[in-house]
Design a protein around this ligand. Sequence first.
Ligand SMILES: Cc1cc2nc3c(=O)[nH]c(=O)nc-3n(C[C@H](O)[C@H](O)[C@H](O)COP(=O)(O)O)c2cc1C
Length: 200
Amino acid sequence: MAKVLVLYYSSWGHVSEMAQAVADGARSVAGTEVAVKRVPELVPEAVRQSAHYKDESGVPVATVDELAQYDAIIIGTPTRYGNMASQMKNFLDQTGGLWAKGALVGKVGSVFTSTATQHGGQESTILSTHTVLLHLGLVIVGLPYSFQGQMGVSEVMGNSPYGASTIADGDGSRRPSAVELDGARYQGRHVAEIAAKLSA
Ligand SMILES: Cc1cc2nc3c(=O)[nH]c(=O)nc-3n(C[C@H](O)[C@H](O)[C@H](O)COP(=O)(O)O)c2cc1C
């Protein structure tokens, strides 16, 4: 049985909505145990409130050490200037002890994201997060073109072979679309299937 962690950071709820879809996809693989957790918030509470961040307090916060328990870790982070959010980077920068022991080597790693604009750095965010996961020894899995939903140009949409993604718009008013959520579910399922094979 594969254990999958969906680990995310989200300010305004786009990545958290995608995270639930990723988790649903992973759960659809029989025998998969799925946990959805977030990394700690770092901005002061007053800033969080004045910027109208979504209340994520109902979602458990992950500890760094628990990463070693999972067969797959799927990371969700919004873009910050084309890179992962500092909340996620801060969490990952505490994995030195796990890195030293090789505790994450051979696990499956995968990344999904959200940006405000269509070309605002989805691919750079996912690929630069892959770099960290590769240093830790994870085996990277994306969103292959067998997910046909990422083909075509009939609508504005996220998703790429690197991973599922959504576009929030500058004011955050756009929510993850049907095809973006389908991509997230596909990625979750795909990761869980590969994790099951690797952990068999
Ligand atoms: C400091 C900061 C930097 C950002 N940088 C980018 C960027 O480079 N490109 C972009 O399209 N959106 C950028 N955004 C917008 C966020 O990526 C967007 O709000 C986020 O994807 C929404 O996801 P969430 O609701 O899960 O927080 C930035 C937002 C902030 C606060």
